[in-house]
Design a protein around this ligand. Structure first.
Ligand code: SF4
Length: 194
């Protein structure tokens, strides 16, 4: 889908997208970018290091072949930031959440040593909670982004995903060792250690 395509959705603030796993559906693991961590830490008046330690967990992602930070979950599978049915970091929530039920995908290519990329939008699969919400409102993707405070042109997010893609490319070219994984992790999330 392009930014001017329309889709139907009506958010009823049910919070199902934050307790997807608790609701018996596949977990929606929330990968945090460095920009997400910085934004949410500032909102919660924490340092990025404290935020990542309290609400994030560093895990090896077999598809990316990298160690990345994901949001922790409560024992019932709901998101750690969900309290009394509300997100405690809502204005600064991860881009993944602000875009829900859409996904912004980046496809990358290497051109003469420079990385070029294209952005595309996808709707989530048929098991996503959106399919149990009544679809009443027809919006273009551009309108949805404005409504949810997610910038159309998100340079910090984009830079981080370019870095993620470069690290992933290196990781599939080189057999992973503990040292290489840690080095790639520090490169991606270096601010956590400052
Ligand atoms: S970060 Fe906030 S909006 Fe996103 S899943 Fe967690 S509680 Fe929901």
């Amino acid at each position: 889908m392009t930014i001017d395509d329309a889709f139907a959705f009506n958010c009823t603030l049910c919070g199902n997208c934050c307790r997807w796993e608790a609701d018996g559906n596949p977990a929606s693991d929330n990968l945090l970018s460095g920009a997400d961590i910085n934004r949410m830490a500032a909102h919660l008046k924490l340092t990025p290091v404290d935020f990542a330690g309290r609400y994030g967990c560093a895990v090896f992602d077999p598809a990316l072949k990298l160690k990345v930070v994901r949001l922790k979950k409560n024992p019932d599978g709901s998101c750690i930031l969900l309290r009394d049915g509300r997100c405690i970091a809502y204005p600064a929530r991860p881009r993944t959440c602000a875009l829900f039920p859409l996904v912004r995908g980046y496809s990358f290519a290497m051109d003469d040593g420079a990385v070029s990329f294209a952005e595309e939008y996808f709707s989530r699969g048929p098991k996503a909670p959106m399919h149990r919400c009544q679809s009443e409102e027809i919006l273009s993707i551009r309108e949805w982004l404005v409504k949810n405070g997610a910038p159309e042109s998100d340079d910090a997010d984009r830079r981080w995903f370019i870095k993620l893609w470069e690290s992933h490319k290196k990781a599939i070219e080189t057999p992973s060792t503990f040292e290489l994984l840690e080095r790639a992790f520090i490169d991606l999330y270096g601010f956590i250690y400052v």
